[in-house]
Design a protein around this ligand. Structure first.
Ligand code: BG6
Length: 482
């Protein structure tokens, strides 16, 4: 199946931090893929802006290399040559005066303007101020900001306030790349596009929900950043929170930015504080020929968590009494992200106690191998009475839809196109980010006050034993990380 591509209007996109890792790994390759797909008009302009003094030729080489290194689809050299014609470069001093007039000159009147802040949040204020003072932004300009959006409620508020001095909320696109993932959006399609699930989507029928985002990678070369953040700030406050919101929110009236974001915000505001015994922190030790976390971050005494599991309650009419178990970690057994909605047992079994307990479960696999599985109970084939077994009704999207996974837009390229279109539905609103921090802060504060030390777990395992116990003591089990 070939997906429909609707071209966006031609644009000028300025990328601050254009020589950085995100630009190389995600932004340039993503834009090139949109170019190949015919979505990015050929007369668009991408202006790299960074501190280094680079000739256009050197910058073009950098973009070309990033495409060669990070693109897995086949393309013609001619296409790459044409794409590189859209590239421009301006050396800029983010906190000074150099380069700003040149940047202004490089931009064309009447084009949609977007400015991607792929830089440290400490520079957001300087960039916003200069864009405004040099009259580079127009009413129709947008800015895109990356996570981490603050490290607590206070810093998030400060960032929101700094940006608000020069931009309206409608101009600010806060990226959480999980919202750009195909299957994360599919969560909404599954819930609100089918009659089947929504009537069962509540405390009357759902026993509990599990959200797992497990990674095999370690901290890599981001040790310095990660050791200051940990899994709670790096993953739970944003990505897992977004998944939780989409799975738990009320149906928005329309699939429109504020309708969706209002509903997500209500979920975050309905979250109960998390009791300390409902949280497990872990830190990976050595295993699978990998060094331990502390070696990775070069901090032999680090108490930062690379794993966290927690039980969360949402105090509202729909979810009262239904636990949401969240877990995420690095250096785990497998890379897998999934949401499991586990339904309650039947009120009565006509087959008697010997038929055993059977619970239906809907598993939404986010990555890899995106798809959904519904565990249903059937009769075990053959003679010998009514024995019941659970079997999966399994649908892998790529097989069912005949999609070549390489052609599915990556989260970043989809989100950048949404910025150009001016669609904020898949971006976080300022109040949403603040509410997420307001819930996260006391958890982290509690760890600091209790001088909490994360539990060690072996690299390549499913996390610390305590995380298994978190569910077992309530008569439940995590789904296996496979
Ligand atoms: C990033 C985190 O936001 O998400 C990383 O900073 C993490 O630590 C990454 O590895 C996971 O993203 P994905 O798309 O690979 O699941």
């Amino acid at each position: 199946m070939v997906s429909r591509v609707i071209p966006v209007t031609s644009f000028d996109l300025v990328i601050f931090g254009a020589t950085g890792d995100l630009a190389k790994r995600k932004i340039f390759p993503g834009l090139f893929r949109r170019f190949l797909a015919g979505q990015m008009p050929k007369d668009s302009q991408i202006v790299g802006a960074a501190r280094s003094s680079l000739s256009i030729k050197t910058f073009n080489d950098l973009v070309e290399n990033s495409i060669k290194n990070f693109i897995e689809i086949n393309y013609h050299q001619e296409d790459l040559k044409n794409f590189l014609k859209c590239i421009n470069y301006v050396q800029i001093d983010a906190t000074g005066t150099n380069g700003w007039n040149e940047l202004k000159k490089a931009l064309r009147p009447k084009k949609t303007r977007a400015f991607y802040f792929s830089v440290s949040p400490s520079l957001f204020g300087s960039l916003a101020e200069r864009l405004h003072n040099y009259e580079i932004t127009t009413k129709n300009s947008r800015i895109v900001v990356e996570k981490p959006f603050g490290r607590d409620l206070k810093t998030a508020k400060e960032l929101n306030a700094i940006l608000a001095e020069h931009f309206t909320e409608e101009q600010i696109y806060r990226i959480d790349h999980y919202l750009g993932k195909e299957t994360v959006q599919n969560l909404m399609a599954i819930r609100f596009g089918n009659m089947l699930f929504e009537p069962l989507w509540n405390a009357q029928y759902v026993d509990h929900i599990q959200i797992t985002v497990s990674e095999t990678v370690g901290v890599g070369d981001r040790g310095e950043y990660y050791d200051e953040s940990g899994a709670m700030r790096d993953m739970v406050q944003n990505h897992l929170m977004q998944l939780l919101c989409l799975i738990a929110m009320e149906p928005p009236a329309r699939f429109e930015p504020d309708s969706v974001r209002d509903e997500k915000l209500k979920v975050i505001r309905a979250l109960d504080p998390v009791a300390p015994h409902h949280i497990v922190r872990g830190q990976y030790g050595p295993g699978n020929e990998h060094a331990d976390y502390r070696t990775g971050v070069q901090n032999p005494k680090s108490k930062t968590e690379s794993f966290v599991a927690l039980k969360v309650n949402i105090s509202n009419y729909r979810w009262a009494g239904v636990p949401f178990y969240l877990r995420t970690g690095k250096r785990l057994k497998a890379r897998t992200s999934e949401i499991a909605v586990v339904f309650k047992e039947k009120p009565h079994s006509i087959f008697g106690p010997e038929a055993g307990n059977h619970q239906n479960a809907l598993i939404i696999r986010l990555q890899p191998d995106e798809g959904i599985t519904m565990d249903v109970t059937i009769k075990e084939p053959g003679p010998g009475g009514m024995r019941l077994i659970d079997v999966p009704l399994d649908m892998t999207f790529s097989e069912t839809l005949g999609i070549d996974e390489n052609t599915v837009p990556d989260a970043y390229e989809r989100l950048i196109m949404d910025v150009i279109r001016g669609n904020q539905t898949l971006f976080m609103r300022g109040d949403e980010v603040e509410a997420a921090w307001a819930w996260t802060d006391p958890i982290i504060k509690g760890w600091i006050e209790r001088n909490d030390v994360p539990k060690p777990y072996e690299s390549g395992s499913s996390g610390p034993q305590d995380s298994l116990t978190l569910l077992e003591r309530e008569g439940r089990n995590w789904r296996q990380i496979l």
